[in-house]
Design a binder for this molecule. Structure first.
Ligand code: CAA
Length: 257
């Protein structure tokens, strides 16, 4: 399928989506949203894919929602089209998605990265929610997801002042899982994705589901959910294979990949 704003590739069992609007620093317009959601759905349905990576360029992961597209919009346009609502489709993808972030991840760019399951940042990455400087506020989850990831103090600071956070601060406060030199970003991220894709896919999907559940429920309910999911994995032969391989000191050969 030809895409206008993204590049879609596969690397063995990893699906790779690269934002490709270099002249606009990968600003997210409605075409990007539609194409990203379509590509993710194809990877979700492709049995040959076990993990997905979303990335941008060395200068910009994405510098936000497309300001030029929004400039002339009015309330009725935004409300009737449920503007940004389509991005929620990303959170319905059941396979893990890693964001590989270099350069600017601002506004919708930061929010897109936070919709992924974890973020690996290059040492030149800059995160921010600068919507306040445009007379608006975050609209793709910034006020909610950022607060859950980094806490109220940092989220208020970022959303109210519009300041950027560098990669070191983002790692310190838990927004990103690791920081790597910019030249190593894709190699390191693809390596992490390939590792995930080598595991038993049902187990991987249940891990994603269970960790995400912790944001939606009480500790007691979450623990029960986790235990039931854990029990259910004993219904798959991959559990026998994984544990037998450990005992026999060999690599597992998971069937459900
Ligand atoms: N939307 C549309 N175009 C954008 C853009 C955006 N978010 N960000 C950058 N661009 C365009 C610029 O207009 C420019 O295009 P032209 O050459 O046609 O003028 C091109 O990309 C390069 O940008 P700059 O010349 O500004 O590059 P720079 O290196 O000097 O600055 C930057 C980089 C600091 C990221 C700056 O571009 C910037 O501040 N961008 C806007 C960041 C922003 O406010 N993002 C939030 C958007 S609102 C939002 O995301 C709402 C939400 O909650 C989802």
């Amino acid at each position: 399928m030809p895409y206008e704003t993204i590049i879609v590739e596969t690397r063995s069992r990893v699906g790779l989506i690269t934002l490709n609007r270099p002249k606009a620093l990968n600003a997210l317009n409605t075409t990007v949203m539609a194409e990203m959601v379509a590509a993710l759905k194809i990877f979700q349905e492709d049995a040959g894919i076990g993990a997905i990576v979303v990335t941008g360029s060395e200068k910009a992961f994405a510098a936000g929602a497309d300001i030029k597209q929004m400039q002339s919009m009015d309330y009725i346009d935004a409300f009737m089209s449920d503007f940004f609502g389509g991005w929620e489709e990303m959170t319905r993808v059941r396979k893990p998605i890693i964001a590989a972030v270099a350069g600017y991840a601002l506004g919708g760019g930061c929010e897109l990265a936070m919709m992924c399951d974890f973020i690996i940042a290059a040492d030149n990455a800059k995160f921010g929610q600068p919507e306040i400087t445009l007379g608006v506020m975050p609209g793709m989850g910034g006020s909610q997801r950022l607060t859950r990831f980094v806490g109220k103090a940092k989220a208020m600071d970022m959303c109210l002042t519009g300041r950027m956070m560098d990669a070191a601060e983002a790692e310190r406060c838990g927004l990103v899982s690791r920081v790597v030199p910019v030249g190593d970003l894709m190699e390191e991220t693809l390596k992490a994705a390939a590792k995930i894709a080598s595991f038993s896919l049902p187990a991987v999907m249940m891990v994603k589901d269970a960790v995400n559940r912790s944001y939606e429920t009480t500790l007691a309910e979450g623990l029960l959910y986790e235990r039931r999911m854990f029990h259910s994995l004993f219904a798959f032969d991959d559990q026998t294979e994984g544990m037998t391989a450990f005992v026999e000191k060999r690599s597992p050969n998971f069937r459900h990949r």
